[in-house]
Design a protein around this ligand. Structure first.
Ligand SMILES: [Zn+2]
Length: 280
């Protein structure tokens, strides 16, 4: 009996050119979508990105956060295209925005000057540095096409965000601008996000390491229940939710440092947190 992975390697998009392929069987349910669950699970990322951007606009929060939500949505669109086609170009549409959004998070966390306009020389320099970093990564990844290189750089960026937040809250001179109860909320948002993200990474690994076992289980259970065993789809759901929470933590700490903490709080609207403006 062929394994699910050997069912079909060809569909509408032709031979697989991506440098990665996942445990989910290719073209099992559709001639047009290589990995059905891994493709459709990206709708959750899109939902979170659109919802996040709408809330930012409703609360009149800085445009830079909306740009990060657009980047978040692009990851979802790129990932949709990648898992639907397994083409190398689509893989880049998934992987590159991950680096752009994470590096944008670093920019947010290193900008501690008051106000959100982009006119100061320091802000322009930081944006130039960000664009230079993203440009260099894009070029180097086009030359050195090892997906592990992308994964390591992405992990370094996320860990750097976590270290920077810990520094800002505990040791930096700007820590005095944030009262303890709000520091607690920031830490809790970012930690919830990081742990949710890390649990996604754990499942991502399980899906790769135990693919043969999982494939046998899927065939035993049968579809649609077997969709619940698609570990990479769980990675999409968990990292999407984790990113959303980390976004809220980063938005809140940035607003407290660069503006006035008394103007903002974190509220919840149908199960998800968002930064609420108190002065309108
Ligand atoms: Zn994926």
């Amino acid at each position: 009996m062929p394994s699910a992975n050997e069912l079909s390697q060809h569909g509408f998009f032709g031979p697989i050119t991506a440098s990665l392929d996942w445990c989910e069987a290719n073209y099992q349910f559709s001639h047009y979508i290589a990995e059905l669950a891994n493709t459709l699970s990206n709708f959750f990322t899109l939902y979170l990105a659109i919802r996040g951007a709408r809330q930012l606009q409703q609360e009149s929060l800085p445009g830079r956060f909306v740009v990060s939500c657009i980047g978040f949505a692009l990851i979802g669109v790129g990932s949709f295209a990648f898992h639907a086609s397994l083409l190398y170009e689509a893989q880049l549409l998934d992987e590159l925005p991950m680096i752009y959004v994470a590096s944008m998070g670093i920019w947010f966390l290193y900008d501690c000057q008051p106000g959100f306009d982009l006119s100061s020389t320091q802000t322009k320099l930081r944006i130039a540095f960000l664009l230079l970093f993203d440009g260099l990564f894009t070029w180097s990844y086009a030359v050195y096409r090892n997906p592990v290189y992308h994964q390591v750089v992405f992990a370094i960026l996320i860990i750097s965000c976590a270290i920077r937040i810990a520094y800002l809250l505990k040791w930096s001179p700007v820590r005095t601008r944030i009262p303890d109860d709000k520091k607690h909320v920031i830490a809790s948002m970012f930690t919830t996000g990081a742990l949710t993200f890390a649990s996604g990474f754990f499942v991502w690994n399980l899906d790769i390491i135990f693919c043969d076992t999982l494939t046998r289980w899927k065939q035993t259970v049968g579809w649609p229940a077997a969709f619940l065993l698609e570990g990479h789809s769980w990675w999409h759901l968990l990292t999407g939710l984790g990113t959303y929470y980390m976004f809220i933590g980063i938005q809140y700490i940035t607003l407290c440092i660069k503006d006035d903490h008394r103007k903002f709080s974190v509220a919840r609207r149908s199960w998800l947190p968002y930064v609420k403006r108190l002065d309108n």
